[in-house]
Each structure stands twice: as structure tokens, then as C-alpha cells.
Design a protein around this ligand. Sequence first.
Ligand code: G6P
Length: 619
Amino acid sequence: MCGIVGGVAERNLIPIMLEGLKRLEYRGYDSAGVAIIDAEGTLVRRRSLGKIKALDATIHADDTPIAGQIGIAHTRWATHGVPSEANAHPHFSNDQVAVVHNGIIENYQQLKAQQQAMGYAFTSQTDTEVIGHCVAEHLKQQPDLLKAVQAAIQKFEGAYALGVISVTDPTRLIAARKGSPLVIGVGIGEYFIASDVSALLPVTQNVIFLEEGDVADIRRDALQIYNQQGEPVERQVRVSSLSAAAVELGEHRHYMHKEIFEQPQSVSDTLEGRVTDKTVLVSAFGNQAEALFAGITQVQIIACGTSYHAGLVAKYWFEDILQLPCQVEVASEYRYRNPVVLSNSLFVTISQSGETADTLAALQQVKGRAKQQNLSVPTLTICNAPESSMTRESDLVFLTHAGQEIGVASTKAFSTQLVSLALLLTSIGKVQGRLDAKREGKIVKGLKKLPGLIQNALTHEPTIQALANRFADKHNCLFLGRGTMYPIAMEGALKLKEISYIHAEAYPAGELKHGPLALIDETIPVVAIAPHDDLLEKLKSNLQEVNARGGQMIVFEDEKSNVSSDGTFTVVKTTSNVGRITAPITFNIVLQLLAYHVALIKGTDVDQPRNLAKSVTVE
Ligand code: G6P
């Protein structure tokens, strides 16, 4: 999604903002821009289509590149209006006010019509331009930029994180947040703003998270935050635990590759301090966890994208291992379908970023409804961003210690979400007496084997790389699985779609005969995931159905599956012995590698695939 950086300092902000934008580029990247107030007190900006390096080149193409000690900058991921220089932020109102915005102003058309009638000119198709004009209009009544922004935001419906500067009040940067994340970086005699902490790490680790409705009045040597009611408030300065080194690429060609290979470490980091030799520590979910888990009668999981797939795997586990009802739904559907919220449900959000707008809105909606109807619905977020909106809004927080994930296509976050869900399942089972100590010990033992299993799966990279050649010229691909391997097939298909742009679909193998068999011919590679589980024999029959119709079968199996091939299809042993919980996590590694190597052959932008964003903070 769009990214914001800005600041007020005694030094030139251009290099700081460019570096910050580069670090936010993974959120959205179709265009970018900066605006500063220069030494003459003039508002100047540079914008360009494409990546930050294009913006950097535009700025440095001038003999005297623009410079200034107060400025705002933005990477844009188009929502309203095509990617173009004219639609790129910052947006100006009459060379007087400059605005960067993340979010959506839902009533912008109405505001635009009013402003056009008042004589304001529009140069873009964005919803953002109305913000600048609205601030400019208020500045006509009084010259205080803070008051003008506070008055303007009363008119906006929707979500926003804003940075505003104006030549009429050239020492102040006003920032505001409602529905989209924004942090303030506290330097020594300087302040910064950004959409997330990673953008600020080169300049400071001391950050303040603005809360819903906050407006910050930022000068070089003073900061005052006001709450939604306009009252001055103190917000805690926290020291971010993220380090600048986490975003270095090292020996890898892409972040995605780096992150795939970090998974043994991420998984052991997620387990660390949460398990002993044979037990899971329920308190890892928070002090109140034991009491809250004791009273629940079902689990409702809400998430988007890859995180949704993690939830789908967990549904099989919850119902199979604990006999505890578990519903899983994508947030964008759940929040708009007037769902029945049952008392004593554990409401679990899963999110890498903790900022996905739909998931966050579903959480807020359920909390509101539970309060209104006096229902007991404890909320838990399984999240990779400690300093995110979802962690702040939930009763219980369980952090996936994946480390910062930069590749848009999620890999290590997914594996650690599954590990976290396995720990949740074990904790609930234990608290409710649905799981005995022996079974608990077995699950813990399996989880502890995971880093080794993943390491082993990663050694198959050369085989997968060779197989990838068979996909590069194809337009369609089918992924098959049964049981927990069905959501893993969905995740494998999603990865391939996201980064190689090949249409890929996942089917539960038993459903083949109800439609997709009609598609099968020699032009469609069919990937099947075949662990040695209760469904293996049934899966083998499904594979024969494909084979008989000339499909190009590629079967990934474990050391015990023994899917025999008569030479008409390919069987690859990609993992050693896996169990019910370790199998989906381990097999998924192979599918990540497959998508990566197909994308490499196709020459796509692996880390920043077209049209996609890492963190989707708008609907
Ligand atoms: C975007 C990302 C996906 C991610 C999804 C949910 O679509 O590109 O990789 O799975 O959002 O994001 P979240 O941060 O909530 O897990």
C-alpha cells in the first residue's frame, strides 16, 4: 500500500526521505514523489512514475538538486486514478499546501464538486487532492496550519494517514491518522513521520505510534499530539526492536529467496520461549490466555491472502485434533455479510502486517458487536508486526517471530503463522482437557523437528529449479491436495499467480471430477501434494484420473508415500517423514521454491510483482 515519509530537521531531508521511501517500496510502488520547502520558502516537488530509483534519478538530474529541511514524500499504489506522474503524491493546492496521503477519502467526489464550484483546480484523478484544497480553504480563515488541518479532517469520511506542509506556516509539519498507520520518529533535535518503522530505522529507533484520530503538530524542536477531541495528549516513545540490518539482502538475489531460506530460523524463533521439552506454555498467549481459552466453545478465524490460507489449515487441525468447531473466512466478506457472532467464540485475526484494512475492520466490528450485545468474544491476533494496529486492538497477541518480511509474496510469515496456530491449538486443547500430555508432547516434538525438516526440503532446490522449466511457457496450472494439503495447494497456486503471472488454481483432489477434469490436457501442468496420510490412497486414484487424460503430473511426496509412477508422470521425494502438523509447513516450502524459480525464468519482478502491495491498508 502507499507509503509516507517526512520530517522536520536541520539537515537536508531529501536523502533521508529517499532512503525511507526505498524501505517502504515493498508496500506499493507504481509512482513516488517528494515535496520540500526550500531555503527561499518555496514549495518544490519532484515526482516520477515507477520505482524510487526513478525518482532519485529525476531529483539528481538537476544541476542543483532540490533540498530542504522540511518535507514530505510518498510511494503510491494506485487506487483512485491510474499510475501516472500527475496522480503521484505529494499533491499541491495552489503551490501553497502540499499533502501526502495513505488511505481513501470516500466522500471525495462530493468535496471535489464543492471545491470546483469555489474555483479550485484539479490536476489529478486522485481522492487526495481534495485534502490540500480543504486545508488551503481553512488557511484563508486563519493562518495556523494545525487548526486548518484539524478543521479539514472533520470533513473527510474514510481512512487516512496524512502529512501536510504549507508555505504559510513553513516550520511545521502536521500529521494525522485515522484508519491508516502512521508513526513519528523522534530524533535529536529533529522529528520524522512514516507509515512504518522500517522507513525510519536509518535515522532513529525511537518511535511514537499515533492512535486513531490523533493529529501531531511537529516542529524541528517540538512535538505536540492532540487526540480526536483536540485535547493535547502524551504518547509513549518506544524503542523499536527492528534493526536496520534486517532489511539487507545479503547474498540473495531477491528478498523472497532470502526469506524462503530464513524459514528454519524463523520457525525456531517462533518456538523459542513458547515451548519446553514436551509442553506448550499457554501463558505465551498472554496472562489472561488460560482463563479466556477455558471458556471458548468455537474458534472464528479471519484473515486475507496468505494469512487466510494459514487459517484454513488450522481449521482442519482444530476440528480433527480437538473436535473444536472452527470457522475461517476472508475478512472482506466477513465484515460485510452481517455474520452471526456467537458468544464464547475466540475471534482470531491472522496478519503478517497487522494493518490489513479489511481484517482490522472485521476485528473492530466484532469487538463493537460483542460490547453492544454483551457477548463474550475474546480476541487474539497472530501477527508479525509487534507495533501494529491489530496488536493494539486485540485482547491477546501472539507474535510470529518471522522477522521483517519484505517480499510482497509472503513466505516465512506463513510458516510461522502455522507454527503459532499449532501452538494455539495445543494450548486450547490442554486448557480444555481435549489433549492429553502424551499428544501434547508429540506435537511439541514434531514442531521442534520443523527447522530440520524445512532445511531438508530446501536442499531440493536444484530439482525444483529444473522442474520450473516445465512451467515457464504455460498459461494455466492446477494444484491438487486433500485435507490440509488443499489449503497448501491454494497457497502454492497463489504464490505462482502472484510472482510468475501464470494462472493457477487449486482444487481439492476429490472435486476434480466435478469440473476441472474437463480442462486436463498436455498443456496444463498439474501439481499434486502427496504426504503419506489417511487420504493418500484416495489421492492416488485422483492422480490416475488426471494421468489417464494426458495431464502433465508432478507429484511431491515424502519418504513414505511411495506414489509409483509408470514413467508417465514425475514423482519427487521432497521431504523426509512428516506428521499431521509438520506436513503442510514442510510441503509448502517446495511450492514456494517452485513459484520462485518459475518467476526467475520468466524474468518478473519477484519481490514487487505488478499490481500487488505488501500491506493493503485500504479496502
Ligand atoms: C497482501 C499481501 C499478501 C498478504 C495479504 C494479507 O495481499 O500481498 O502477501 O498475505 O495482503 O496481509 P496480512 O499482512 O494481513 O497478512
